[in-house]
Design a protein around this ligand. Structure first.
Ligand code: ZN
Length: 274
């Protein structure tokens, strides 16, 4: 499960959710939401990046009087300081005809791609108004204090997002305390959850493995009289299994034809890179 982290390279919060400028009635009304205003590097328009894959669930305001807002949800459950579930995020004030214009409801914005830039649609100075929470959110409604708040379960951003210090430079949290993304965050493992790759598996990692075996141990082909063309591909079939067995035999590993941690470590000694 991936950690859900804040998406700007500079965190400079100019108003927290209790801010008297415009947020107090958001967080003290019913229903409540907990917006923060974020401005990035200081001048100009900083980008907000997707830090995990996120699906666009709604977009409103372009070309009309409503303030431009995009609603997004993680495509998978994520780990946050308060829960493990789908997380939602809204970003407001980006401009018409900005990068966000190209997105449609249903699009998936991949991790590392820009969702939007700070803007001034419905605002005096470049910034983004951000809310987030757990589960599903695709709309706004007026609360009993007259503020437009997000539907769904809104939570304080420090409960929903970690800060990845390798990505985000924190300049001002406006008094909020965020948790750092844990250091022992599990990296995406090359091996699937069961702990090894085996006959019948398919995917990008299998393809990488086949390509490596093909490039590094062409001699096995003569030994095994296999058709090279049949080794390449993204399917863990009998050819790659036979090549792995041959590799295991030559390196004194158990010849099970699977790639688990021991075989993977041995392959790395021969130059394999995940
Ligand atoms: Zn705001």
């Amino acid at each position: 499960m991936k950690f859900f982290t804040f998406g700007m390279e500079t965190m400079r919060i100019t108003q927290n959710y209790n801010g008297k400028a415009s947020h107090y009635n958001h967080s003290h009304g019913n229903p409540a939401d907990y917006p923060i205003d974020v401005a990035g590097a200081g001048s100009g328009q900083s980008a907000y990046f997707a830090t995990v894959d996120m699906k666009v669930v709604a977009k409103r305001g372009e070309g009309n009087s409503a303030t431009n807002t995009i609603w997004l949800e993680t495509t998978e459950k994520v780990k946050t300081p308060a829960f493990e579930d789908i997380a939602w995020l809204t970003l407001t004030h980006w401009n018409d005809d900005s990068i966000t214009s190209k997105y449609k409801v249903g699009d998936v914005i991949k991790s590392g791609e820009i969702i939007c830039y700070e803007g001034t649609d419905g605002a005096y100075a470049n910034h983004l108004h951000l809310t987030c929470g757990r589960g599903h959110c695709d709309n706004w409604l007026k609360n009993d204090k007259g503020s437009w708040v997000m539907s769904g379960q809104s939570l304080q951003p420090e409960k929903v997002m970690y800060i990845d210090k390798e990505f985000t430079k924190v300049v001002d949290t406006c008094g909020l305390t965020f948790q750092d993304k844990p250091k022992d965050a599990p990296k995406d493992s090359f091996l699937p959850e069961r702990g090894w790759l085996q006959r019948g598996d398919r995917g990008e990692n299998v393809e990488k493995l086949c390509q490596f075996m093909y490039d590094t141990f062409p001699a096995y082909e003569r030994t095994l009289k296999r058709d090279k063309a049949k080794l390449l591909g993204d399917y863990y079939g009998e050819n790659i299994e036979a090549w792995i067995k041959e590799f295991q035999k030559r390196t004194n590993l158990e010849q099970d034809g699977c790639v688990g941690p021991l075989t993977l470590a041995k392959l790395k000694e021969y130059g394999f890179k995940e």
